[in-house]
Structure formats: C-alpha cells, structure tokens
Design a protein around this ligand. Structure first.
Ligand code: NAD
Ligand code: TYD
Length: 362
C-alpha cells in the first residue's frame, strides 16, 4: 500500500495523476514534474489514442518516480482501481480530444472523452478524497476557445462569459462547468486554467504549425483556411508547462487563470514567418516555401480571433513567457528537423487516411 495513507506521521506523499500525459502538452508537463519533483510519484494516465505516443517520453520513462497507466477515462472502474492502487492525491487533467476539425466531423467523440470522461474522473476523485478534500487538488486544463470569438479589439479575461462555437470548445466548456459544479456542490478543491494556442516539440501534425512544418519539408501545399486573416495568440508549450507547475502549486483554490503568450499572429503572417525560417534552415532560396501556400475552403464556424489577457497569472503568480515567438518557433523547427523519425512514425498509417479525408474537398 502506498505511503500516501501514512498520515499518522502527518506526511502525505504526493502521487499525482497526470491524464493525457502521452499527448503534446501532457508530455511536457509529465517531463517537467518527473524531473523537478523526484519526491512525487507521477502517474501518467493515457488511453493512447491516435494523439498519444509514449515515444514523447522515452527520455524520462526509466525515472523511478514515473509510472504509466494505460487507461481510458471513460472506464470508471479502472479509474477507481488506479486511485486505490496508487494512492492518488492530486489530478492534473489534460486528457481530451483536442482538434477542432475532428470535432466538426465527430462531435460525439468529444462529448464522450471531454465531458463524460471528465465527470468520471471527478466522480472518482470525489469518492476517494471524501475524507478530507482540503488535502487534494483537482486541476483541470482548459482552453481559451471556451470564450468564443473576439472582434478586432479586446481580450479574454477570466470573467469573460463562455460562448463556445465548435463542438470541441463546447465540450471543453461543459467540462469546465462540471469542475465548477463539483467544487460548489461537493466542496472539492479545484483550479482551472484556460490557455491560448500552444506550439512546440511533439505537437501532432494535424494542427497548423506542425502540419505546415511537415508539408514544407515534403514540399506539399500549405492549406490556409478562408482569407488567412484569422488570429491566434501563440504560446511555447514549455512556457505552458511552467505555468501549469506554478498554478498546481500556488494557484488559489477555486480560481481560474488565463494563460497566453501576449503574442497574436494572423495565420497568413505566421505561415510566412514559418516559410522564411524554414527556407533559411533548409538552405532553400528566399520565398521558395511561400509558393506552397494554397488558400482552401474555410473551416465551418471558424472563430475569427483569440487573444488572452494573462495579467492575473502574471501579477498574482509572477508567470510570464520565457521565450519570444521567433525563438520558440526556431527551436520547434529545429526539433522537427532533427526528429524526422518521430514525424515519419506519426504520419504513417492512419494519419494518411485522416489527411486525405480532411483535405481532399477543401
Ligand atoms: P493532444 O490531443 O496532443 O493529447 C491528448 C492526450 O489525451 C493524448 O495522449 C490522448 O491519447 C489522450 N486521451 C484522449 N482521449 C482519452 C481518453 N478517453 N482517455 C485517456 N486518455 C485520452 O492534446 P494537447 O494539445 O496536448 O492538449 C492537452 C489539453 O490541453 C487538452 O485538454 C486541451 O483541451 C488543452 N489545451 C490545448 C491547447 C493547444 O493548443 N493544444 C491549448 C489550450 C488548452
Ligand atoms: P489549429 O492549429 O487547428 O488550432 P485552433 O483551431 O484550435 O486554433 O488552427 C490554428 C489556426 O490555423 C486556425 O485559425 C485554423 C487555421 N488552420 C489553417 O488555416 N489550415 C490548416 O490546415 C489548419 C489545421 C488550421
């Protein structure tokens, strides 16, 4: 039995369940926690869907404080058993279906994992921690997309009303509401953060930046949706992981924190910067990759602009991004260029069917 239960000496070792730890952001969070907190037990719970990849963690998977649990958050019995077997004290919940385009094709997958899966996890935590909720924290990782779309002006604040437009953002909004409800109804200790678009190593190449890096390497068309003037606020994934560490340890119970890069880019400007950096790194002529840009049919319900006001986390917890976008993008491209095998592994097989299905009619 875990020393979690040895409260007679007033000591409770943290055994943290990080869900979705084999995915993009989760793998950075798992790595950070495993390396920074050798005294914690870190339990990476992941169903290993198409987006989950244990290769993302091969540099730390032999660490004595790291453990992997192949569990689907839809399996409530398996969650109960995992909490019992490992004395889980806290949860950092990242597991989700995360791609807007997929949510347009298969909304129910998003309801199952993002809504029902989150409620399953809340139910388990509620049961297992009932003796004293003040000793445990349930940290739910969410997105700025729950706030809907901005016009040319303004920013999302923690107090901005939810106004989701895609099945993805609607499912994340629903899960955020359930976390709030479990706090208000059962007095569980919860904290939520809503972050802007991440980029960096290990990002699955269905999202804009890694997809376009892959297509530039392969000299394939770069499919820009609509007029290309949609705006996103981009944050380097390692800075998101640092914010998650800070909020997990120092965030105030019941609070929400917005996390953003103070870094807005119109898609077309970002794509041109990416092309320029890649041409230089690949020794191609200036302007070569820009010729691959192809305007395609727009995404339905496409949110025009996201922009986070991250003043609260900056002022209250002292967090700010550590790298500029140019630095983060350069590091990201370098990572993809030196990890072609990773890219080849994830773009073989099922990925080709996804890609052909998603882009054939655009
Ligand atoms: P991702 O798609 O790369 O990874 C998701 C992980 O969850 C995968 O490892 C997958 O195997 C796992 N998973 C999916 N369904 C599961 C299930 N039913 N049971 C157990 N595991 C399951 O996602 P990401 O981009 O790393 O996002 C992680 C979290 O951060 C999500 O909750 C997402 O909503 C949120 N978020 C993402 C971004 C972004 O830009 N990517 C921005 C803000 C917030
Ligand atoms: P994406 O990376 O899917 O993130 P999100 O939809 O969660 O913001 O897309 C980022 C932006 O890039 C968004 O405005 C849609 C656009 N986009 C394209 O123009 N072409 C593409 O092939 C993809 C995947 C995205």
């Amino acid at each position: 039995m875990s020393d979690f239960f040895n409260t007679s000496i007033g000591y409770m070792k943290k055994n943290i369940l990080i869900t979705g730890g084999a995915g993009f952001i989760g793998s950075h969070v798992v790595r950070l926690f495993v390396q920074k907190y050798p005294e914690y037990g870190i339990y990476n719970l992941d169903a290993l869907t198409y987006a989950g990849n244990l290769e993302n963690l091969k540099d730390i998977d032999q660490s004595p404080n790291y453990h992997f649990l192949k569990i689907n958050i839809l399996d409530a019995d398996a969650l109960d058993a995992a909490f019992d077997a490992h004395g889980i004290t806290d949860v950092v919940h990242l597991a989700a279906e995360s791609h807007v385009d997929r949510s347009i094709v298969s909304p129910l997958d998003f309801v199952y994992t993002n809504v029902i899966g989150t409620v399953n996890l809340l139910n388990t935590a509620r049961k297992k921690w009932a003796a004293d909720y003040s000793k445990h924290r349930f940290y739910h990782i969410s997105t700025d997309e729950v706030y809907g779309s901005l016009g040319a002006e303004g920013f999302f604040l923690e107090t901005t009303a939810y106004d989701p437009n895609s099945p993805y953002s609607a499912s994340k909004a629903a899960s955020d509401h359930f976390v709030r409800a479990y706090r208000e109804t059962y007095h569980m200790q919860t904290v939520v953060s809503n972050c802007s678009n991440n980029y960096g190593p290990y990002h699955f190449p269905e999202k804009l930046i890694p997809l376009f890096i892959n297509n530039i390497i392969e000299e394939k068309p770069l499919p820009v949706y609509g007029d290309g003037l949609y705006t996103r606020d981009w944050l380097f994934v390692k800075d998101h992981a640092l914010a998650i560490d800070l909020i997990f340890h120092q965030g105030v119970d019941g609070e929400t924190y917005n996390i953003g890069g103070f870094n807005e880019w119109k898609n077309i400007d970002l794509v041109k910067l990416l092309c320029a950096q890649m041409d230089e790194k690949l020794g191609r002529a200036k302007g070569y990759s820009e010729k691959l840009i192809t305007y395609v049919k727009d995404r339905p319900g496409h949110d025009r602009r996201y922009a986070i006001d991250a003043t609260k986390i900056n002022k209250e917890l002292g967090w700010k991004p550590t790298v500029t976008f140019e630095q983060g993008l350069s590091e990201t491209i370098d990572w993809y260029l030196s990890n072609k095998e990773w890219l080849q592994n994830v773009t073989s097989g099922a990925y080709q069917n996804y890609y052909n299905g998603m882009y054939q009619n655009r």
